[in-house]
Design a protein around this ligand. Sequence first.
Ligand SMILES: N[C@@H](CCC(=O)N[C@@H](CS)C(=O)NCC(=O)O)C(=O)O
Length: 211
Amino acid sequence: MADELVLYTNPMSRGRIARWMLEEIGQPYRIELLDYGSTMKAPAYLAINPMGKVPALRHGDAVVTEAPAICAYLADAFPQAGLAPPPGHRLRAPYYRWLFFSAGPVEAAVSNKALGVVVPAERERMVGYGNFAVTVDTLERAVANGYLAGDSFTAADLYVGAQIGFGMMFGALDRRPAFERYWQRVSSRPAYERAKTLDEAQAAEAKKAAG
Ligand SMILES: N[C@@H](CCC(=O)N[C@@H](CS)C(=O)NCC(=O)O)C(=O)O
C-alpha cells in the first residue's frame, strides 16, 4: 500500500515512544515485531535500518529511524493532529530546541551516567552535554512551566516527556518535583494509555510464547 504506516518495534524498547506518537496522530498503522539479537539483526531488517535497532517507521516507500525523528516526521506528515507548530512559525524554535536537546545532550548524559562514565572537568568543553548536572538542571527548567512550545502539547513534549518518564522509571533521572509534574501531565493523555496497553499486551504475549 502506497501510504501504509508500518512500525518496526519491540514492546520493550524505545519503540514505545513511536507507538505513542502513532496513537496520537490517530492514523491506521501496522506493527512488525522484531526480536533482540535475531530478526533485529537479520538482513531483511538491516536493509531498513543498518543499525539493527528499533524503532523504525516506514510510510509508503519512505523510511525514518530514530525515535525523535519519527515523532517529528509524523507531526509534520499529519498536521491535522496539531502536534507541531507550522514550519516557519516562531514556536518552531523552542520545538526544535528541546526536541534536539533531549535527543542529543540528555540522551548522552543519561546513558553515560548509567554506564558510570564521568566526563573529566577539563574535557567538558568538547562534550556536547558538558556535564550531567548542568544538563539535568537545564531540562528541569525547560519543563517547569508547562508545555515546551506554546500552550499546547506537541511532539517535543511527547519525546522529552518519554525521556523523563522512562528515565525516572529506570532510575537514570532523579524524581524531581518538576519532572514528576510534567510526566504526570503528558502521560495522562489517552494516546499514551492506549500505546502502553498495546505494548504491554504484546510483551506479555511474547513472554508466553517464549515459555
Ligand atoms: N537512537 C535510537 C536508539 C535506538 C536503540 O538503541 N534501540 C534499542 C532498543 S531501546 C535497540 O534496538 N537495541 C538493539 C540492539 O542494539 O541490538 C533512537 O532514538 O531510536
